[in-house]
Design a protein around this ligand. Sequence first.
Ligand code: LMR
Length: 401
Amino acid sequence: MALPLRSLTPAPPDPILGLTETFRADTRPEKVNLSVGVYVDDTGVTPVLPSVLEAERRLLEKAGSKGYLPIDGRPGYKKAVRDLVFGPDHEIVESGRSATAQTPGGTGALRVAADFLLQTGSSKTIWLSEPTWPNHPQLFTLAGFALRTYPYLDESGRSVDVGRMLSALRSAVPGDVVLLHGSCHNPSGVDPDTETWAAIAEIVIERELMPVVDFAYQGFGFGLREDADWLAGLARPGLEFLICSSFSKNFALYNERVGALTVVAADSTRASSALSHLKIAIRANYSNPPAHGGDIVETILTDPALRAQWEVDLAGMRTRILGNRASLVKALVAAGIPGNWDPIGRQRGMFALLGLSADQVARLRDEFAVYVVGKGRINVAGLTPANIDHVVAAVKAVIEG
Ligand code: LMR
């Protein structure tokens, strides 16, 4: 029996993770990987956070069981995540009108969200920001959605184009799903301000849209609570939405695949119905979640001292990235590279979009061994004292032709 396609030609490599494979095979000593969004320190290493190491030590001492987790994850984890996302005293928490399920990473949460929506009769249209994380279109298309896009950035590529974004969202049909980046927009690092979030929420209500908030960087922007400012607009009586959390970045637990999907429903009865359907989506996908990453997160979030340590660890990553932004802007300006670089210093999260052509991105890689994604998305955390001069010189060379 042959594979279903008569001539099975190779698929293109993943636009982000595929680049890392090429990077690994690159033998040039000056190579720099600014592609995948993984935090590294000044020595280029992705550290295991001190709070994570301590949590793992405690878990080892407990010698738990390797039996299956519940389909939707451990209750303690689910509660800890809910409190982290909303804050423990939030109306959504106190009314019990949300349901959380543990998922393998933020990507797992997005896929379960997609399946859950389609299997419960959602509109098959999803609106994505243009640009967005390259895995969004692929993930939602393969789940069965038709894609629409809303313009996100103005011509400078450095600010949200509020007018065009809102007017595109106004043209959505009631029931359509709209994917919003909760903080630290990927790939641009440019987020809506409070007023814009309020305007988005108004359109969500007016057009009866179903928001899915991709919340992969809580704490990487301004702080844990500050990065949830989008919530103020959406947390209104009766409004329903989904939140996909990732703990890859803020706990640096990339390879443990730990995340969560939270459904906010109009009331607690609808929330428990939603959970029953989430369980079906999960059971049909991967049955139940892996335990270790979730156990680490739960251990940290439920122990006051470990939680405090984690907040210090997280602030350390956030502050270093901000420092890198400042150094990058300074170096780009000092090198006299034409462009408006200042806003990069004010943007948040892991990424900055340099606004390069496909040709310039290819030259960065082929001539200078500098790996960046798409239209010049760089992982700002990947800049180190040892590589920044090389990166800036390479950017100057490709921009100046
Ligand atoms: C990224 O955008 O680089 C990260 O979110 C990693 C990934 O899975 O693509």
